[in-house]
Design a protein around this ligand. Structure first.
Ligand SMILES: Nc1ncnc2c1ncn2[C@@H]1O[C@H](COP(=O)(O)OP(=O)(O)OP(=O)(O)O)[C@@H](O)[C@H]1O
Ligand SMILES: [Mg+2]
Length: 246
């Protein structure tokens, strides 16, 4: 593996009595694309949210580029900018134009000049194929277009790593590929990515590694090839049996 960018060591987290992350050890190399899969409730979203500190952890350490996650304040805002996150729901600001949605972070957090932020935003909107929609409002776009804007908005902060939590699961089928194509492009361009998805096509095409979680633990991890054709654990075989027959 290349130099590690995101490192989790012995991470634990409870919600009340529920042990949602159990002794998680995970290293993600620079430029690596890791797909996280596993049954509902296995802790995939909590793992992502812990990496950009939307959730606190109780024990263990998480470092990004060698630095531990900051607790609060300016450093935390900086971390959030370094770790882009795209959720199932698009979370765009409804009362702002597409262009303003993308320039807001760079202007407010990165202190970029408006003109420079807009120039870069237009390049990113073009990259995700929605430059024609720049002056529209989110509600005027399709779900697939909105999700591509959400990706552009994260990229505008020049993140070191991008986290995707089921970015296509709220989309109509015909819009899934337009979003996955953008993500495959990002992966090919060398972005470090953690992607929670059940889209096996994406995993096969773009992932370096598949991490399978169950009950808050990493049960097994392997290349997509090996994992999909030759899973070792009963949990993973059972899970694959369920999703691959759909
Ligand atoms: N804020 C919370 N408070 C209490 N319990 C929570 C909270 N967030 C998640 N949980 C519980 O923690 C467990 C792990 O949740 P998580 O959302 O990480 O799972 P997941 O693998 O992302 O599932 P899914 O595939 O359904 O999205 C679940 O049992 C969930 O109900
Ligand atoms: Mg989830």
């Amino acid at each position: 593996m290349t130099e590690p960018l995101v490192v989790l060591k012995d991470v634990n987290k409870h919600f009340g009595d529920l042990h949602v992350l159990r002794d998680i050890d995970l290293e993600i190399g620079k430029g690596e694309v890791v797909v996280v899969i596993g049954p509902s409730g296995s802790g995939k979203s909590t793992l992502c949210r812990a990496i950009n500190r939307l959730e606190t952890i109780e024990s263990g350490t998480i470092t990004i580029d060698g630095k531990p996650l900051p607790q609060e304040g300016k450093e935390l805002a900086q971390l959030r900018a370094d770790v882009g996150m795209v959720f199932q729901s698009f979370n765009l600001f409804a009362h702002k134009t597409i262009l303003d949605n993308v320039t807001l972070g760079p202007i407010k957090v990165r202190k970029e000049k408006k003109a420079a932020a807009e120039k870069r935003a237009m390049e990113l909107l073009e990259r995700v194929g929605v430059q024609q929609q720049a002056q529209k409002y989110p509600a005027q776009l399709s779900g697939g277009q909105q999700q591509r804007v959400a990706i552009a908005r994260s990229l505008a902060m020049n993140p070191k790593v991008m986290l995707f939590d089921e970015p296509t699961s709220a989309l109509d089928p015909e819009m899934i590929n337009e979003v996955l194509d953008v993500m495959v492009g990002l992966a090919r361009d060398g972005m470090t990515m953690v992607v929670v998805t059940h889209e096996m096509g994406f995993a096969r095409k773009a992932a370096n590694r598949v991490v399978f979680m169950a009950d808050g633990q990493i049960v097994e991890q392997d290349t997509p090839e090996e994992f999909f054709t030759n899973a070792k654990s009963e949990r993973a075989k059972d899970f694959l049996g369920k999703i691959l027959t759909h």
